[in-house]
Ligand binder design. Sequence first.
Ligand code: NAD
Length: 486
Amino acid sequence: MIEVKPYWQNYVDGHWVDGGDGRISVLNPAESAVLAEQALADAADIDRAVSAAKRVHQSGVLFALRPVERGRMVRAMGQYLLEHIDEIAPLLSLEQGKTLWEARGEVTNSARYFEYYGSQADTLEGSSIPLGAGYFDFTVNEPYGVSAQIVPWNFPMEIASRGIACGLTTANAVILKTPELAPLSSSWFARAAEAVGVPAGALNIVCGYGASAGAALSAHVDVNQIVFTGSVRTGMAIAAAAANNVVPCVLELGGKSAAVVHEDADLDAFQRDVRMGIYLNSGQVCSAMSRIVVHRSRHDELVERVTALAASIDVGPGIERKDFGASMGAMISEPQRDRAAEMVSAAVGDGATVAAGGRKLNRPGAFMEPTVITNVTPDMAIAQDEVFGPVVSVMPFDNEADAIRIANGTDYGLVAGVFTRDLDRATAAARQLRAGQVFVNEWFAGGVETPFGGFGKSGYGREKGREALWNYVQTKNVAIKLGARS
Ligand code: NAD
């Protein structure tokens, strides 16, 4: 067990500082006991962080760097995280509940964002636009300036990494508002920045409540761009705040994503996809496979396999689950776990059947059994609303049109999957599925290189992939009238 220091400060303008809103107790959800205290920023702290970021931006210090140098700095931050993975991953596991092997994976993926984006700093070329004799015209990709980033608790490091890496790579100064339920491991971003020589004020890490610090940040008049990942409700508030200040924002919101499983699918392989698709991070994944829409001829076999899988998963304190395998940690909090359990009970009230799990674990901590629900109809709340827990709903279909209609039949549109050996069928489904990302024969296929984001209420704008970098720059066109000799 690692020693967790009792109190964690925010990082503003290169200094470790207390918060104007006092402190919050961060719980270890595997024990529902206090792990440490975290400083809570108020609006005045946010204002100081934004002022520092604005000063850095206006000084031009980041934009003046040769891009390859800025890129090396960003890559070095990722390297620093990897060098400290043995300290960061246990902390992340303890504060968030996920297994240690998942936490190690998250830190590794975080580092990968710094590597991927840092390596592209010198590739953001502009273009030259022909205007005929007498003119020379070109475009430059300039940073917006102050990038405000607000992230949720489910992957606090991974989600923050993509924003910080893109922001710094493109010479923006960044303020990260960390999630109040799992803020501790994000302090390692500040340590990384200090260690590799990021200028003071270019990266600020502040924890605070959403309604106070988060709202103050998203509404701040000196913020030039906002990146938000979280719930639809908060996303709407952020979009309104961005609109008020006429600044762009990227919204990565929730999902209710479906896997469409055809009669010719390889169910051995699909069972492994379910393992990661819905039980990774206890189902607290925006792109979780929360619905399975399966051809009626394979329904019973699939339910049998998925219930056996659910029953085989070993659930308990994440910190004790070190090795990759069929294990699951605690959910983020007891209220979040209770909400998931209540949604399962409500589904039973609506006529659904619990085929596996469905209950809280009878032990301290925010644990829930891996759950499979059958006899679900597409209009039930359990098939429409995001549970954000280890709960998958299985629904049969009779023909392809039916399958697509069920899969597309929610307000969301984050990801979708199709499982079949028939390439024509897969490509037709990929066209018809209303989602920002379609997986064929492997849930979560892709990587940091592939653009990610939603259709519909799942948000707009894309993160990950090269496409994300364009969210952080604005085009400036320079038109030069040449002299008579041209
Ligand atoms: P949330 O919206 O409650 O909180 C997310 C962040 O926003 C937190 O840091 C919170 O403090 C802050 N916040 C809350 N109210 C705010 C306000 N009024 N103004 C500014 N900031 C505010 O979401 P959550 O419960 O922490 O996270 C779960 C949700 O996030 C789920 O819906 C999930 O699907 C979504 N999510 C989406 C993605 C994605 O990439 N699409 C990834 C992970 C999670």
